[in-house]
Design a protein around this ligand. Structure first.
Ligand code: GLN
Length: 491
């Protein structure tokens, strides 16, 4: 048996019928990690001893009644885990061996009896689109090891795609769940801002950050989101809305669904293969009884610029706490206190993080009117973008387009040219600026065999409609059934 052949629901049935035990599930996960992670390198830390003890306890008590009982999952390394190293893939936190508490999402997964297999690689402090900025290791795309898995949740996507775990958590500030999900041929959901608690998530840009699930199927995804969503008094931005059953929303029926397709999503910079795959998807939706129309969201072309001004401005403030005193690496080479701050940050942060902090402090500064000219102006653009979406959602149920302009690129292709790397986010960042939910679902493959993603954007707190649209599409296609021909995981 291999984990990637089963859904969470199937495993649940097998547990109840005693066809499998929690211990066997844990072993399957660790065996697959041992078989493939030397090549994929998705994991930074394994939690083997604790998982085995927990699995044993579940088997002894035969309590498989919880929503994620004995399901192997893993967590991005910017989400804190009590007693387990949490590094944000940065030298700054290389020795952060015990964060002393669990993030709310970590706790919720544990309360539903899932097995927390380990912590996953990422771009340093979630800044990047390829996982190449991790200060520990590169993560490799299971579909083709010459290609990046995407980022910043590259480890989260690769671990699921390689069959090492059945689900993972990632974080999405400008696309970091959806883009790696698209690059690795899996499902990734960025929930509405405020749906999932950020308590215990190391902040990058707090007005944009959201935690969400990455899975192989839409149904698995809905199940994990159901567990992690919900109000949390520890997060002042957390919504008080009641959480519906996302699993119950999964009906294979999109008759009458009204889809908008922004023409800006299919314009310059988007590859022909990507455009073609979206057209095919729209045809499928028509066959299923939905309708679609092209619309214009006129401010989308400004989203990337606004995003990088806002995200980096916030990041420069969020990361100020890593000073060698309150948090993070303390340099041994300092001559006095001020020098200690300087040296600790110089040694602890990598190049991309420093670039963001410099850019962020610049656009926040009052000097030469920078704050007004850049940061505040970007906030105004953010409102215009949110209004564009609002207008479209008055007439349509969902907005559909590609998740990324191209399939997964090769290592080294963009890393030395930050601006080119930043433009790879043009189709995902508008959603974060508007606080909307959006999901990437597998949408076929390029001629070279690399996966593509279809992005489905919904109204605030309407994850149900997104899941329904994604589920109907998944059921009508075979894209999600294909596996990377890797580590014994071929079709
Ligand atoms: N790639 C984007 C960035 O580098 C988004 C990152 C994210 O969503 N965490 O900022």
């Amino acid at each position: 048996m291999a984990l990637y052949n089963y859904t969470i629901k199937q495993v649940e049935n097998m547990l109840h019928k005693k066809e499998i035990s929690a211990e066997e599930l844990a072993n399957l996960s660790f065996e697959q990690i041992r078989a493939v992670d030397g090549d994929v390198k998705a994991f930074l830390t394994l939690n083997e001893e604790n998982v085995k003890a927990k699995a044993k306890k579940l088997d002894e008590e035969k309590t498989y009644g919880k929503k994620l009982a004995a399901i192997p999952g893993a967590i991005k390394d910017n989400i804190v885990t009590k007693g387990i190293r949490t590094t944000c893939a940065s030298q700054m936190l290389a020795n952060f061996d015990d964060p002393l508490y669990d993030a709310t999402v970590t706790e919720k997964l544990a309360n539903e009896d899932s097995l927390m297999i380990g912590k996953l690689n990422m771009d340093e402090f979630a800044m990047g689109s390829s996982t190449e900025t991790s200060s520990f290791q590169k993560t490799y795309n299971p579909w083709n090891l010459d290609h990046v898995p995407g980022g910043s949740s590259g480890g989260s996507a690769a671990a699921v795609a390689a069959g090492e775990v059945m689900f993972s958590l990632g974080t999405d500030t400008g696309g970091s769940i959806r883009q790696p999900a698209a690059f690795c041929g899996i499902v990734g959901m960025k929930p509405t801002y405020g749906l999932v608690s950020r308590f215990g998530l190391v902040a990058f840009a707090p007005s944009l950050d959201q935690i969400g699930p990455l899975t192989r199927t839409v149904e698995d995804n809905a199940r994990v989101l159901e567990v992690i969503a919900g109000h949390d008094a520890n997060d002042s931005t957390s919504s008080k809305n009641a959480i519906p059953s996302y699993v119950d929303a999964l009906v294979e029926d999109v008759k009458g669904l009204k889809i908008a397709v922004p023409k800006q999503f299919l314009s310059e910079g988007v590859s022909e293969e990507v455009k073609e795959s979206v057209k095919n998807a729209l045809q499928m939706y028509e066959l299923l009884g939905a309708t679609w129309e092209e619309v214009s969201l006129p401010h989308l072309p400004y989203a990337d610029a606004a995003y990088y001004l806002i995200a980096n401005g916030e990041a420069s403030s969020s990361l100020a706490r890593f000073d060698g005193v309150r948090f993070g690496n303390r340099s041994d080479n300092a001559t006095d206190m001020i020098d200690m701050f300087k040296q600790s940050r110089t040694e602890g942060f990598g190049e991309e993080v420093k670039r963001r902090i410099l850019m962020g402090t610049t656009v926040l500064s009052g000097r030469d009117n920078f704050n007004e000219a850049y940061f505040r102006k970007a906030q105004k653009v953010r409102t215009l973008i949110a209004n564009d979406f609002k207008a479209a959602f008055e007439q349509y149920d969902v907005i559909i387009g590609p998740t990324t302009p191209t399939p997964a690129f090769k290592f080294g292709e963009k890393i030395d040219d930050p601006l080119t790397m930043y433009t790879s986010d043009i189709l995902t960042v508008p959603v974060n600026l508007a606080g909307l939910p959006a999901l990437s679902v597998p949408n076929g493959y390029t001629e070279a065999g690399l996966p593509l993603g279809l992005q489905i954007i919904g109204k605030h707190f309407d994850e149900q409609t997104i899941y329904r649209a994604a589920y109907a599409y998944e059921k009508a296609t075979n894209h999600h059934k294909k596996r990377p021909n890797f580590g014994g995981a071929s079709e």
